[in-house]
Design a protein around this ligand. Structure first.
Ligand code: SF4
Length: 575
């Protein structure tokens, strides 16, 4: 039983860019915000934007507002009217569409007429026509060619979502009618690739689910392609529509989504299919799977990972692993991460609905357990010594200060960031520092030894490894973070640069561990610990290539890195 998610499912570049522009503008909260027409043909995405205060503008009747031009683009006249009404324009026109605008402008200036092959009345086609200065014609099908006037020279442009086969057929006929034609294939590859992939996928699976708005033309086309292969195909907007479709009977289910379908909608559909497929599995399997999910979701697995990292840190510094220190690491990480997840559960509604549901069901007992864990860790630190207790208490206090407003109301208009939490990437840095603080400083206090060079090396290792883990999850949750307005590193510097940064960090960790081991400044364990960042980069690569999907399993794999580190240390110690 498998769900095969198409690589091209979901937002295309143009729609993702437009959505990011709108969300960034909404998060800045600078007055009224409109999109010029619905941003995407997807009811859930429109509803989410509405919740963020983004309204849809159907005419030019507003003034002194910010108006976002959607990916389809608009005519120069519409643009002028919006501006003249005193609005600020945020241009989210897709670069592919903008390129077609530029071609038309240039060709019209050179005396060519423009023939646009596309759907008459479609917003993008209207926008393209607007650039022809009244010298443009729309051709929807072969029959329309006969209605064209006598033309000496014309340029041909395609609506970006046009079917390439139809485009070619129309061109061939136009060439026979007009002596001088210039052809510009402005069809966007994104549509093409999506259609090709759904065709290929439909041949490999038993049934296909196509997710997207019922009014989305590109989603409907994907559904039709899948149907044409002869497999059961379902076009759904919402995961609840899967009830009673008999998904349980299929062995392999393909999942494709239109260009305007957000990832969180796709995630909800995946979760629902998984839930339906679960019914086919044995009770024991379902029980074990639920236990596994609980262990990961409740951060118990991560807390065990913290114990494992703490063990490595102790061995590396030649400190005898003590159950008290390992327990402090466990309870501290459990408490902090549960509080964190609980406070962020609303963001997860968009990105990870399963987590939201989990905290709806178990939130209260988990918060109680986290509070008990926090007091237990403090008590254990007290047993270590009063300084260790103060160190740990300080760590918890920093966690509280991190989330509360530190900037006076008066300065709010001058400085965007009011809490430490608001600084981009601050969570990743704080979490990494907190782990290192608890795993390195408290053991040192217990042993009453000095902070050595080895302590420094393992400190760098722990900080960078925990930081990398945190950034990887930021990459995974980039869509949800943008919706709730959280500025993470991938949002600030972009996904590509973040990946580059992670690679650089991997090299730094590798270089530090290798050089310290080879020079004798650190134990030979350093060589083996290079495995840790390498493992994380491999996981990230698999995620980028869609070999693993975001979710419980991905989280468990990433957190297994900590367990792996402890295991490597244990084996090294045995040798
Ligand atoms: S389908 Fe292509 S042209 Fe249209 S918005 Fe997406 S990327 Fe741009």
């Amino acid at each position: 039983m498998k769900i095969k998610l198409a690589k091209t499912a979901g937002f295309c570049m143009g729609v993702r860019r437009a959505m990011n522009i709108v969300l960034d503008a909404a998060n800045e909260k600078k007055g009224k915000l409109y999109t010029y027409g619905p941003l995407v043909h997807n009811p859930q995405a429109i509803e989410m934007l509405k919740q963020k205060g983004v309204e849809i503008l159907d005419d030019n009747s507003v003034s002194n507002a910010t108006v976002v031009l959607r990916a389809h683009g608009v005519t120069p006249d519409e643009r002028k009217k919006i501006k003249e009404a005193g609005n600020i324009i945020c241009d989210a026109t897709c670069p592919h569409v903008a390129k077609a605008h530029a071609i038309i402008k240039k060709e019209i200036r050179q005396g060519y007429k423009a023939i646009i092959i596309g759907d008459r009345g479609h917003a993008e086609v209207n926008g393209l026509l607007g650039y022809t200065d009244g010298n443009g014609f729309v051709v929807e099908n072969i029959a329309d060619i006969d209605n064209l006037p006598e033309l000496d020279k014309a340029c041909i442009i395609a609506q970006t979502t046009q079917d390439r086969k139809i485009f070619q057929e129309i061109i061939e006929k136009i060439k026979k009618k007009i002596p001088d034609v210039k052809i510009f294939d402005t069809i966007c590859d994104s549509t093409n690739m999506r259609q090709k992939e759904v065709l290929e996928l439909a041949k490999e699976v038993d049934a296909m689910v196509v997710v997207g708005g019922k009014n989305s033309a590109n989603t409907r086309r994907l559904y039709e392609i899948s149907l044409s292969v002869g497999i059961p195909s379902f076009h759904i907007e919402h995961e609840d529509e899967l009830d009673n479709l008999g998904m349980e009977q299929y062995e392999n289910i393909g999942l494709m989504a239109g260009a305007s379908t957000p990832n969180w909608v796709i995630n909800k559909v995946i979760d629902k299919i998984k839930y339906l497929l679960k019914k086919r599995k044995s009770r024991l399997y379902r029980f074990l799977e639920s236990v596994g999910d609980f262990i990961v979701e409740s951060t118990l697995y991560l807390s065990l990972g913290a114990v494992s990292m703490c063990y490595t840190s102790l061995v590396f510094q030649d400190i005898k692993p003590s159950p008290t220190i390992l327990s402090i690491a466990f309870f501290y990480v459990f408490a902090v991460h549960i509080y964190n997840r609980y406070t962020e559960r609303l963001k997860d509604e968009f990105f990870d609905p399963t987590r939201t549901g989990f905290f709806r069901d178990y939130g209260k007992p988990l918060i109680l357990s986290a509070t008990i864990a926090a007091f237990t860790s403090l008590y254990l630190a007290y047993l270590v010594g009063i300084i260790a207790f103060v160190f740990l208490l300080f760590s918890y206090l920093m966690g509280i200060i991190y989330s509360i407003r530190i900037l006076p109301e008066k300065l709010s208009s001058l400085i965007k960031y009011k809490r430490l939490k608001d600084f981009p990437g601050s969570k990743d840095i704080f979490v990494a520092l907190a782990w290192a603080w608890v795993m390195i400083m408290i053991p040192i206090l217990k042993q009453e030894i000095y902070f050595s060079l080895q302590s420094m090396i393992i400190l760098v290792f722990v900080i960078l490894t925990v930081f990398m883990r945190s950034v990887i999850f930021d990459i995974v949750s980039i869509e949800g973070d943008r919706i709730v307005g959280r500025e993470t590193i991938p949002i600030l510097i972009g996904q590509k640069r973040t990946l580059g940064m992670l690679l650089v960090l991997t090299v730094i960790i590798g270089a530090v561990m290798f050089s310290s081991a080879v020079s004798g400044l650190a134990p030979t364990l350093g060589y083996y610990l290079i495995l840790s960042p390498a493992f994380m980069v491999m996981c990230l690569y698999a995620f980028q290539k869609q070999r693993i999907q975001a979710g419980r399993l991905f989280e468990a794999i990433i957190d297994s890195n900590f367990i792996l580190t402890g295991l490597v240390t244990y084996l090294w110690r045995l040798t």
